[in-house]
Design a binder for this molecule. Structure first.
Ligand SMILES: [Zn+2]
Length: 134
């Protein structure tokens, strides 16, 4: 189990390093505009950091942190939903998995029906519009 914790820490560090690098690249351009107003520049950076994190990265970072917390609590590898053991193979493939396969599928289905359907409908509507215009 210790090696999985190591993998998690590396994943988190890689993610943060990647974001920090992107932040530096972006603030290089910002610096030219702002000049030496350090305070507002710093605030700008903090906001940038948040913006640069995609929803996916935020979610991943959150999952990694949660998994690391679970290591501290000694509950790592236990499904958050049903309390059952998460198979080792699954943890190796996805060290930040918080749920067993069954619960994860159930949760994803619920999320899909809640969030993705309206988007799908919108896409269909816009497709129909395009066809009519042609
Ligand atoms: Zn479960």
């Amino acid at each position: 189990m210790k090696s999985i914790k190591g993998v998690l820490i590396k994943m988190r560090d890689d993610l943060i390093r990647d974001i920090t690098r992107r932040l530096k690249e972006t603030s290089k351009n910002i610096n030219e505009d702002i000049g030496d107003d350090i305070d507002s520049c710093f605030q700008e950076r903090a906001r940038e950091f948040d913006l640069l994190l995609s929803k996916r990265e935020k979610e991943k970072l959150r999952l990694i942190e949660e998994a690391l917390d679970k290591f501290e609590e000694g509950t790592y590898g236990t499904c958050e939903e049903c309390g059952g053991k998460i198979p080792k193979g699954r943890l190796k493939a996805m060290p930040f998995a918080l749920y067993c396969v069954d619960c994860k599928e159930m949760i994803e289905k619920e999320e899909k029906s809640r969030t993705e359907e309206p988007e799908e409908t919108l896409r269909k509507i816009s497709l129909i519009d395009y066809e009519e215009e042609d």
